[in-house]
Design a binder for this molecule. Structure first.
Ligand code: PHE
Length: 351
């Protein structure tokens, strides 16, 4: 028995020398101290010993067990220390490396320019008024003085939604933000029908047309409509407002121009152009002739004032409809309007 104990002790301690990692250490523990180890077996066979042998063997067996256990503990400490040293030497954290960039969302250039316009118009005293994107023919055309079959409708060839029984009043995706003029005037005038309050609003939002798509035209685009109604408003108020807008957007030296035009809902009517920044007025594929048309404008037609609940004998007003994307094109040097809604990150990430 004592001899066997010596063997168990030597074998165990020798094997422990060969142990180099946590897994091997655990395997060693099972083999040398576990339930099926030689040592445990020996304790189990204790009963077979004679009375005289028992204390001697017992003492030695406990001693061997202690040696093996303390060997285990110190080897375990060494292995942990080695693992720590290894990780400190080989897995060093380089705090000088640049960090990983978190992908951040950003504002769409269209949103940026719209917000800038709200701010500028806000400074001038215009409130933002939101109107619906899906309209009726009545509001989109008829109340704006485009009767059914009027040739001026061709300018805004449109998307009619299934009309069903609606005959002359089908549902359309608005072709411009102008129907909001009627909705706003009716809302304002309803507050005090005999003495309607003055109106000074901008109406932003999407408009839809069946367009020949090119660098300046898309079938879906933003507009921002302006409407000012009150006693004594003149065409020079309109010119002053739009010229001031151009200066606030592009600086004091920007050149603007008004060209006579036609819209059924304004009289007189004009187109409003800003000198093209992209080519410096020389003419390029964006502007064509050196000027970029930013929108239409004019004095609100008496029929439209009446339809909105304002007496044209007392009130006058001006209106304009601008293309914020055209403004953004000049502002940021974008040479094709199709980029806006193409969803190409290479474009969007530049803003
Ligand atoms: N609604 C016109 C268009 O989209 C623009 C416009 C608005 C013209 C207001 C005059 C007054 O073409």
């Amino acid at each position: 028995m004592l001899e066997k104990l010596n063997d168990i002790e030597h074998l165990g301690l020798d094997a422990l020398e060969q142990v180099n990692n946590e897994a091997e250490l655990e395997a060693w523990r099972v083999a040398h101290l576990g339930r099926n180890s030689g040592l445990t077996q020996l304790f189990n066979d204790f009963g077979k010993l004679s009375r005289e042998e028992r204390p001697l063997v017992g003492q030695r067996a406990n001693e061997v067990k202690k040696h093996l256990e303390s060997g285990f503990v110190s080897r375990s400490g060494e292995i942990q220390q080695a693992a720590l040293t290894h990780s400190i030497e080989h897995e060093r954290l380089d705090v000088t490396l640049p960090g990983r960039r978190l992908p951040l969302g950003r504002l769409h250039p269209d949103t940026m320019i719209l917000r800038e316009l709200y701010r500028i118009f806000g400074d001038m005293g215009f409130q933002v008024y939101r109107s619906r994107e899906v309209e009726s023919d009545e509001y989109n055309f008829q109340l704006l003085n485009f009767p059914v079959g009027h040739p001026a409708r061709d300018m805004q060839d449109t998307y009619f939604v299934e009309s069903g029984q609606k005959l002359d009043n089908p549902v359309v995706l608005r072709t411009h933000t102008s129907p909001g003029q009627i909705r706003a005037m009716r809302e304002y005038s309803a507050r005090n029908p005999h003495n309607p309050p003055p109106v000074r609003i901008v109406l932003p939002g999407m408009a839809y047309r069946y367009e020949q798509v090119d660098a300046r035209h898309e079938t879906q685009f933003d507009q921002i409509e302006g409407l000012a109604v009150g006693p004594g408003i003149t065409f020079s108020d309109l010119k002053g407002t739009l010229a001031d807008l151009a200066r606030r957007l592009f600086g004091q030296n920007v050149r603007t121009r008004f060209r006579a035009s036609f819209f059924p809902f304004t009289e007189p009517s004009a187109e409003f152009d800003i000198e093209c920044f992209l080519c410096g007025g020389k003419g390029c594929n964006v502007c064509g002739g050196g000027w970029l048309e930013i929108g239409g404008c004019g004095m609100v037609h008496p029929v439209v004032l009446t339809n909105g609940g304002y007496d044209p004998e007392i009130y006058t007003g001006f209106a304009f409809g601008l293309g914020p994307q055209r403004i953004a094109m000049l502002r940021y040097g974008i040479n094709d309007i199709r980029y806006f809604w193409e969803n190409d990150l290479r474009f969007l990430e530049q803003f």
